[in-house]
Ligand binder design. Sequence first.
Ligand code: PEP
Ligand code: MN
Length: 338
Amino acid sequence: MIIVFRQGATEQEIQGALAHIVTLGYTPHLSRGAVKTICGVTGDDRALSEGEFDQLPGVESVLRVLKPYKLASREFHPEDTRIGLGGVRVGQGTFAVIAGPCSVESEEQVEACAALLGRSGLRLLRGGAFKPRSSPYSFQGMGEEGLRILAAAARRHGLAVVSEIMSEHDVDLVARYADVFQVGARNMQNYALLRALGEAGRPVLLKRSMMGTIEELLLSAEYLMKGGNASVLLCERGIRTFETHTRNTLDIGAVPAIKRLSHLPILVDPSHAMGDWHYVAPASLAALAAGADGLLVEIHPEPALAKSDGKQTLNFPRFEALLGRLRAIAPHLGVEVV
Ligand code: PEP
Ligand code: MN
């Protein structure tokens, strides 16, 4: 942190601020310029807020130098993090396609999706058993029965399961069936859940909330990592803006920004970002071009019959066509679709 004193700050005010820094356990480094006097504060000051200093007499402003997150930052960990899931590597050099229905609805529906992934050479199956729905009257998911269906289909086709967890009380239950805990957009700042998943010893796919900044997403990842969980996958799924034609606005710029700020893999969910199947393929191609590490995409054997998010869901031929295009382009970018 750097403290800037106002012009004309008295020696007593400056010495008072230095003493306050020492009291807090940090080391002050004073620099007297011709016009302004500033003071650097060294030591890991992430726990400090600007408010510690900007009310002190003589202080004009306070500037933060360190990012408020550490474990999630690229400064702390320069190399890309790679996470092994279902026999594939997510992270540098691959574009991992995680696909499946929005909600688990039946044995047949999930089996059809799992079989498609298996014969397409993909390894990661998504499906919601606990659904965070905007309306309490909408389908809420099949719960444990849904998880059982997912895990059984995944076992038959050699896939790993990604499924949403909504409460810290469900950790043991979801862990019995899923390989990756998905934290949905609505729970990005559910700190009790993040704390529990920090200690759960299993990868977490953390979605950006609809009004969450990149910094807030990385701070939520920090909760998971601080608890000891190094296997965190981030996911950009669209943010809420003034635009209403699309369900959300895909913040494609977040992909290179997060790559620069963090070593964690960043996926794109084109389904929730766009909210309409017409735009899912273009958004997916944009994600690949922007340097994302993969996709989380909704598919269904008959989207028109889906109990949730049918409008944004790809049917199988459209999904296979998208996969073909991704596989045609990826080698030119030096990545492999897995
Ligand atoms: C989902 O992946 O089905 C989902 C509910 O997404 P989000 O949390 O991004 O809305
Ligand atoms: Mn959905």
